[in-house]
Design a protein around this ligand. Structure first.
Ligand SMILES: NC(=O)c1ccc[n+]([C@@H]2O[C@H](COP(=O)([O-])OP(=O)(O)OC[C@H]3O[C@@H](n4cnc5c(N)ncnc54)[C@H](O)[C@@H]3O)[C@@H](O)[C@H]2O)c1
Length: 439
């Protein structure tokens, strides 16, 4: 990892290439275009609105993060992407129905100029959707090469100095890691042989890394969480990060869970249910895709509560997550959490959370931050899994043998300390003993 003096500068255009021109990606793009025109603020984004404390509390140094670390400017971002539908991003945003039509109309020129490239798609991995804008290569390796050609062409045509790829496409069916994923050699052989354990998202990831481009996985798919891809990222000195953007109900879980645990309140059960009606919901209506999402959502509480260390409080906790496709809701997801907790002498209490959230509104700033931080990581020579970006994921990817940290407050400390370290500032542990000295 480099520090301050050796981080390459952020000059020139940053190309952001996105498989999946759907609700999340079009909300991100529209937000960036709107913010550039002063039509809205990038609320929820740490890179645009966050501050970071430096030094001792008495020093009162709290710069904006974007002034502290050398990030690409939102003005220098150029968007592109792939989708199985031919809709340009303006039409796709209209279809997604997240943003107000008048707002979209005021950025129509920028949005309609972005036309999705032909996708690498296979209906065996994503059920319930069908589109014509797909590549038709003979082998999965040929598809990877076609994506590499797209990436190179986009970079040249848009005069980008750097690129980042972020997967915002549909959730794929659940795939178990196996031998084909165990090394670069096996993975490449499987690409040549069209092996079924290589999902389209893995082909995009491979193409990005072979092109020297960082890759972010916003869905719960296995994608880059396999030794072959981790090895490739390290070998080519490229950062990767995943998986599954932390928004909505899981965001609430990682806020509430650590709070209850910190006060040593016990939990008998946590029942979470959702209704949503967007295309993501339609895809998740398929049992295979739901299983992928369910695994991602369920892992969160165990890791926060550590039932093995606190058996009296969490050993018998019943945790259930349901997702129900309900078209009238559109992108306005509604979630209910019923949390049965117990306190002093085992006396029972309940917490009910009813979150009427807009999924893509919560996801857009996450994607923006990830893209800008991953570009920073690349310029700072940080390769492989970027665990300091766990803050943004439901299932943070970690090095082999390490447990992910799900507690959002610990994740934030790790992210901020990474930035401090990069810039040669003292790390802050918040552990200073202020009755001896000022922290
Ligand atoms: N919205 C959130 O808050 C949130 C949170 C966490 C994760 N996610 C994940 O982000 C992804 C995007 O969510 P969304 O709401 O934008 O979904 P969406 O259905 O609106 O958009 C996904 C798009 O991906 C396209 N697609 C599917 N397979 C493709 C492929 N192989 N190549 C290119 N395009 C492909 C679809 O045609 C669709 O247009 C989903 O996987 C979702 O689970 C979303």
């Amino acid at each position: 990892m480099n520090t301050q003096s050796t981080i390459k500068n952020a000059d020139g255009k940053l190309g952001v290439l996105i498989p999946g021109i759907g609700a999340v990606s079009t909300t991100l793009m529209a937000g960036v275009f709107a913010a550039r025109k002063g039509l809205g603020q990038p609320i929820g984004s740490l890179t645009q609105m966050g501050k970071i404390r430096l030094g001792k509390r008495t020093e009162d140094r709290n710069p904006d993060i974007k002034d502290f670390v050398p990030l690409a400017s939102m003005d220098d971002i150029v968007f592109g992407g792939w989708d199985i539908y031919t809709d340009n991003t303006y039409d796709a945003a209209m279809h997604a129905g997240v943003l107000d039509k008048n707002l979209l109309y005021s950025i129509k020129d920028e949005m309609s100029a972005i036309q999705p490239m032909r996708a690498v798609f296979d209906p065996a991995y994503v059920k319930n959707i069908h589109g014509e804008n797909v590549k038709n290569e003979k082998t999965k390796m040929d598809s990877a090469k076609a994506l590499m050609a797209d990436i190179q062409k986009f970079k040249t045509e848009n005069k980008c100095s750097r690129l980042v790829v972020v997967w915002c496409a549909s959730t794929e069916i659940y795939i178990e890691e196996n031998e084909t994923h165990s090394s670069i050699e096996n993975f490449e052989k499987a690409l040549e042989e069209n092996h079924p354990s290589i999902a389209p998202s893995m082909i995009y990831a491979y193409a990005a890394l072979k092109s020297g481009v960082p890759f972010i996985n916003g869905a719960p798919n296995l994608t880059i969480d396999i030794p072959a891809i981790v090895e490739l990222a390290k070998e080519n000195n490229i950062p990767i990060a995943g998986k599954d953007f932390k928004t909505g109900q899981t965001l609430m879980k990682t806020i509430l869970g650590p709070g209850l645990k910190t006060r040593l309140l016990g939990i008998d059960g946590w029942f979470s249910t959702n209704i949503l009606g967007n295309r993501d919901g339609e895809v998740l209506d398929d049992a295979g895709a739901f299983k992928t999402k369910e695994v991602s959502k369920l892992s969160v509480l165990d890791s926060i509560l550590e039932p093995e260390k606190y058996p009296d409080l969490y050993k018998d906790m019943y945790h259930k997550v349901r997702i129900n496709y309900y078209p009238p809701k559109g992108d306005d997801k509604e979630s209910w959490d019923n949390i049965d907790i117990f306190g002093w002498l085992g006396y029972k209490m309940q917490i009910k959370v009813n979150f009427l959230c807009k999924d893509s509104i919560l996801a857009a700033p996450v994607v923006l931050d990830l893209v800008l931080f991953m570009d920073l990581a690349q310029r700072a020579d940080m390769k492989g899994i970027q665990e300091w970006l766990s803050f943004y994921f439901k299932s943070p990817q970690t090095k082999d043998g390490l447990h992910p940290i799900h507690d959002i407050f610990l994740q934030k400390i790790k992210l901020e300390n990474t930035l401090r370290h990069l810039m040669g500032e003292d790390l802050i542990t918040h552990l200073g003993l202020d009755y001896y000295e000022e922290e």
